[in-house]
Design a protein around this ligand. Structure first.
Ligand SMILES: Nc1ncnc2c1ncn2[C@@H]1O[C@H](COP(=O)(O)OP(=O)(O)O)[C@@H](O)[C@H]1O
Ligand SMILES: [Mg+2]
Length: 338
């Protein structure tokens, strides 16, 4: 297997293979949704209050890393509100007409989910403002001086936006969300619970210690956990093991080049580049991207959040620095490779 393939395994971004898996593994109710306790408590109140008032939910924005459960929560909200959900994404909405067609097909109480909402183009965003605020769709009919604005009434819908990059959402759009929720990385114990739950659904036999092993390598991210579980299952199956034990899990993860702290080949390469070429930093993210040959956005969205969260990398005003833990883990003495 190539390193590029192995990189995909730890990518928190959704891959085509995830789509089918997601259908089975997505929790359907808040009760089944593991972790994010504070957020869940807030959501419960948010949902209950809207139900009591018999009004649609306020528009809500979820932000957080890839694979932490933003889409899942949006479906859960629709389920809990007993309403339908229409799903689209920022990049999919190319023309104003695309959005207008969706908006006019909604019903009172429907949820419109826009994934990657930071990637909406400006002209579409402007159509959203009156839609969100006044449930109105302003269409420009005709051209030049004879152009007129035609206002259509829309049903009272709820917009749920999801984004991995909240800072890229324009302030006027952000201000129109009544509720903003952040999803955080999960505890390893929660990821372990998710691994066991998924194993149960997929009828995979796995020992607790093996689940713990998978959880530790999952970048605190449910999507990665589910993907690793499937890879470990494949490995066990090929080696004729009916039940996954700790040793099999370790061997499978080793083959995927994921070490016991969850770092993969590229994580380690980024850190060793930082240590060897830049004396551990500080170095700007752009320079680091050029030096490692990795895409800047990929470093920022996939590698860096985990490296920071697990204490290998620090982000300072002057740039990125490798922490003592990074030196230790990769076998460097401060300043000198062994
Ligand atoms: N809290 C959770 N409990 C159980 N499974 C989860 C949880 N959050 C996410 N998942 C699983 O992880 C996968 C990715 O979640 P998703 O909602 O698509 O993430 P996002 O939209 O934030 O990228 C889903 O298929 C779901 O099975
Ligand atoms: Mg999603």
């Amino acid at each position: 297997m190539t390193q590029k393939n192995n990189n995909n395994i730890i990518s928190q971004k959704e891959l085509p293979e995830d789509k089918k898996m997601d259908l089975n593994l997505r929790p359907k109710t808040l009760q089944d949704f593991i972790g994010q306790e504070k957020l869940k408590a807030n959501l419960k109140i948010f949902i209950q209050a809207a139900k009591q008032r018999q009004q649609p939910l306020e528009h809500a924005l979820f932000h957080g890393n890839h694979g932490l459960g933003k889409t899942t929560l949006s479906y859960i909200i629709a389920h809990e509100m007993d309403t339908e959900i229409q799903v689209t994404s920022g990049p999919a909405l190319e023309k104003v007409g695309d959005l207008a067609a969706i908006l006019t097909s909604l019903k009172d109480g429907s949820i419109l989910f826009i994934d990657e909402i930071h990637r909406l183009n400006r002209s579409i965003e402007e159509v959203l403002y009156p839609a969100m605020e006044e449930y109105a769709l302003d269409l420009i009919v005709g051209q030049g001086p004879s152009a007129k604005i035609l206002r259509l009434d829309l049903p009272q819908f709820t917009l749920i936006g999801a984004t991995t990059r909240p800072s890229l959402i324009s302030p006027p759009l952000r201000d129109r969300f009544g509720a903003v929720y952040q999803l955080n990385f999960y505890q390893t114990s929660e990821i372990k619970e998710i691994v066991l739950r998924s194993a149960d659904i997929l009828k995979i036999k796995i020992e607790e210690k093996a689940a713990q092993e998978v959880a530790q390598c999952s970048r605190f991210t449910p999507r990665v956990a589910n993907r690793l579980l499937k890879r470990v299952r494949d490995f066990a199956q090929v080696h004729d093991h009916e039940k996954i034990n700790q040793k099999i899990a370790q061997q499978a993860l080793e083959m995927l080049e994921i070490d016991h702290l969850g770092l993969n080949y590229t994580d380690r390469r980024i850190l060793s580049c930082l240590i060897e070429k830049f004396s551990g930093g500080p170095v700007g993210i752009k320079t680091l991207a050029v030096a490692t040959g990795e895409d800047l956005n990929t470093i920022e969205e996939i590698y860096e959040p985990y490296l920071i969260q697990s204490g290998f990398l620090d982000r300072t005003l002057r740039g990125r620095i490798a922490t003592p833990l990074a030196y230790k883990h990769l076998g460097y003495k401060r300043g000198f490779p062994f």
